[in-house]
Design a protein around this ligand. Structure first.
Ligand code: FAD
Length: 299
């Protein structure tokens, strides 16, 4: 049962068509693609999809949504797994995947400012020659940095580089009434006022729609060594992980545990022949000498 007036969405879509000509779509397949398609959860499509190109487009859509009391659901890459992009009561999906400009890179300060639709892969391709990289890697290649900030994404190398909670320095966001706010500057340390960046990160579009964000970068490691370790039991794999993490000096960058059933799924999907046992996949990052030493210690 929709909580807003049934005609409201039709009026809002008409107004949006007038203001954002050519970027408002209502085709069934496109709407279906803008709801959950990744998991067993129902696909609950929005009534319309609007493609934003700027912060001001986002503010326009949010303002019109607020005026007609029609839900607005931000959409980045649509890779989230918990049905967050579904529109159970209908409404407008606001697609930010076209906002792909890399606005500034401050190599000396180890940060970059990007539009919300930039993906990790795009940013890392851009940074390739700088010796820097963006570290948070949730595994889904089309996830956008805006969506990753909104879900406080983590990933396989969070053990060394942290999650989006650590990676986002500041954000520009559109609030529910269409106001545009910036949550902070690029300074590493600020004790002035509330930490609005941390409030926004993980709020899944409910407190504001992120249109730009400044993220931390890291130096590319001199050497990367990968390892695969099998264990008789999950408990032994977990105990090894805990011991390795507690040995803070170890340069563990990635660590991912797969149980026997997951290994079976990997074998079936990727036509591989891994032994069906609990397995840790690891990566060590650092200077050449440090990686050798850390790997020997882990062993
Ligand atoms: C194979 C696979 C592996 C994954 N592994 C991990 C993992 O290891 N760790 C992990 O954390 N996640 C993982 N995920 C989940 C997913 O990648 C993350 O949730 C990702 O951060 C979502 O980004 P997105 O751009 O696709 O966002 P979407 O799915 O489009 O949106 C996610 C949520 O954020 C909101 N949103 C989107 N953009 C914005 C914006 N600009 N401003 C405000 N709100 C916005 C949406 O409304 C929605 O609520 C995995 C997914 C897949 C498919």
């Amino acid at each position: 049962m929709k909580r807003f007036e049934p005609e409201a969405v039709a009026i809002a879509v008409n107004v949006l068509r007038q203001q954002l000509s050519g970027r408002v779509e209502t085709g069934a397949e496109l709407r279906r693609q803008h709801a959950n398609t990744v998991t067993w959860l129902d696909n609950q499509p929005p009534d319309a999809v609007v493609f934003a190109r700027s912060t001001s487009d986002v503010a326009t859509v949010v303002r019109i949504g607020a005026q007609y009391r029609v839900p607005v659901i931000a959409f980045g890459g649509g890779t989230s797994l918990e049905g967050q992009i579904n529109a159970p009561e209908g409404g407008i999906s606001l697609d930010l995947s076209g906002m792909t400009q890399i606005l500034e890179v401050h190599a000396e300060d180890l940060d970059a400012t990007v539009e919300a639709g930039v993906t990790r892969v795009q940013l890392n391709q851009y940074l390739r020659d700088t010796g820097l990289f963006f570290a948070v890697d949730p595994g889904a290649e089309t996830a956008t940095l805006g969506g990753m900030a909104a879900t406080r994404a983590s990933g396989t190398n969070a053990v060394r580089y942290g999650t989006m909670r650590d990676a986002v320095v500041s954000a520009t966001a559109v609030l529910a009434d269409g106001r545009i706010v910036k949550t902070g500057g690029r300074a590493r340390k600020s004790a002035a006022g509330y930490d609005l960046t941390r409030l926004l990160v993980g709020s899944e579009g409910t407190l504001g729609i992120i249109t730009e964000l400044t993220v931390r970068l890291h130096g590319q490691p001199e050497r990367v060594v990968a390892a695969v370790v099998r264990f008789p039991t999950i408990r032994q794999a977990a105990e090894t992980t805990i011991a390795a993490v507690q040995l803070g000096g170890l340069g563990l960058a990635r660590i991912e545990l797969l149980d026997a059933m997951q290994i079976e799924a990997v074998n079936a999907y990727s036509k591989m022949n891994l032994e069906r046992q609990p397995t840790l996949f690891l990566e060590f990052h650092g200077t050449s000498a440090a990686v050798d030493e850390q790997f020997a210690m882990f062993r």
